[in-house]
Design a protein around this ligand. Sequence first.
Ligand code: MN
Length: 231
Amino acid sequence: MTFAFPPAPVVCVPVLGTSTMFPVHRIYCVGRNYAEHAQEMGHSGREAPFFFMKPADAVLVVPTGDTVDLPYPTLTKNLHHEIELVVAIGTGGQNITVEDAPSHIFGYAVGLDMTRRDLQNDMKAQGRPWCIGKGFEHSAPIGPITPVAVAVDINQATIHLEVNGQPRQHSALSQLIWNISETIAQLSCAWTLQPGDLIYSGTPAGVGAVMRGDTLHGSISGLGHIDLKVV
Ligand code: MN
């Protein structure tokens, strides 16, 4: 077999403390999974969360200790940060139960669901898909994946984001509307989960705009931190 042109490289995220790479299959994202964020976006916070996707090559790997350039995307004048816990799936499946969900998790990482908010809002207003607001290049920054065996208890962890050293987002992960096991169970009813899937689990309140030159410092207690500069 020959290819008409060289196939795209496999998108990979490093696994913390190893030379192993986690090959990415799909990126699923949960919308409005914290009540206070749903409220800041104009909703009650009592509706069920929901899913959308980003292409796998939206991943932007952020090695620990580096400050990685985050290119300001085209078309937008309102690029928003959404700090999120990312769940890396190691074992796939369909119709996974809440009880069985933890056994499907490979590890966790700190991620950002970068959003062209003006374009997303235009699409919402017109009842059109969000792709242009959510699924652009470099829209899914992610730090190294911490394997579950060495990870903290996620339900006890807190998530933070600072922009230029100022706090913007902060929450306990226990505030998730769908916790991680429930999210995996729900997602696996709609799609067959595969090893390599990443789930961006939703963002807490405090989303806002960043400009060129801004620095972002995102962290989850026990899972390390990521640093980026908007260029
Ligand atoms: Mn999000």
